[in-house]
Design a protein around this ligand. Structure first.
Ligand code: NAD
Ligand code: ZN
Length: 251
């Protein structure tokens, strides 16, 4: 067993409550491309040039074509052992909530009860003019899709670059960071704000930061333990150890 895995498990088993901040990397092993990694590109476009209100205004058809491609991938994807490990940690009473930047809904599919979606969900659409909102389970057949209530354009119910985080999600996330004993940061580059700031808040309040990533990120310099590796391999090992440590402590 690698030393950092044991260190991470010791920290996690020694205190509570823990929270987690997840990014695209946790879903990479479910076959969903990250924005900044290989396969993140669609045609010749960078995500930063498609996931914006300006891009949608300029060319809603193009932006919807990209979302149709992403929806097809997400609707076929299944939670991987990293999502399941976080659900297990919640069942153990150690983890109180998962704060995610992902829009894929895989934490909920894995059974995690407390999930805060900072960037919305690709499994919902909403109207650009009225209050219409709906869940979707397949990509729209006609794009760009139109609102059944008022005929305006529908958009994915996600947060685009330059748009604010839904205020309730952000305030719940901030509150959790204020009182967390530690945060497990999984598969995020840590450069998208304000999500990237959350581990700093936990740290500044005296909490621990455990990070899992295949490479160092903007968070690594403040991590108490950095475990380098794929989330789907590393997280289940850490959680199994935590479970064993807790069992020993209570027997
Ligand atoms: P990012 O693409 O900027 O960074 C992904 C991070 O994951 C990188 O640091 C990379 O090293 C790491 N990583 C890749 N594979 C990994 C693995 N198997 N195990 C552990 N780590 C791995 O993603 P971000 O930080 O989440 O920010 C980008 C934005 O992209 C977010 O706002 C999010 O909404 C959006 N996004 C979401 C999804 C999704 O819902 N699955 C996918 C792509 C992008
Ligand atoms: Zn409408």
């Amino acid at each position: 067993m690698r030393e950092e895995i044991v260190e991470a498990a010791k920290l996690i088993a020694s205190t509570r409550p823990w929270i987690a901040l997840t990014g695209a990397g946790i879903s990479a092993d479910s076959g969903i491309p990250t924005f900044r990694g290989p396969n993140g590109l669609w045609r010749r476009y960078r995500p930063e040039d498609l996931a914006t209100p300006e891009a949608f205004q300029r060319d809603p058809h193009l932006v919807w074509e990209w979302y149709r491609w992403r929806m097809e991938i997400v609707f076929r994807a299944k939670p991987n052992p990293a999502h399941t490990a976080l659900k297990r940690l919640e069942d153990l009473g150690v983890l109180v909530c998962v704060i995610t930047q992902n829009v894929d809904g895989l934490h909920q599919l894995a059974g995690t009860r407390c999930v805060i979606e900072l960037h919305g969900s690709i499994r919902r659409v909403r109207c650009t003019s009225c209050s219409y909102r709906a869940e979707v389970s397949e990509p729209p057949t006609e794009i760009p899709p139109r609102c059944p209530e008022c005929g305006s354009l529908l958009r994915p119910d996600v947060v685009w670059f330059g748009e604010p985080i839904p205020s309730e999600a952000l305030s719940r996330a901030l509150e959790l960071c204020e009182r967390a004993a530690g945060i497990i940061v999984v598969g995020t580059s840590g450069v998208v704000m304000p999500a990237g700031m959350l581990p700093h808040i936990v740290k500044s309040r005296g909490g621990y930061v455990v990070e899992i990533n295949i490479e160092p990120s903007a968070i690594t310099s403040i991590a108490d333990v950095f475990v380098r590796g794929r989330a789907s391999e590393v997280l289940p090992q850490i959680v199994a150890l935590v479970e064993e440590m807790l069992r020993r402590a209570y027997s």
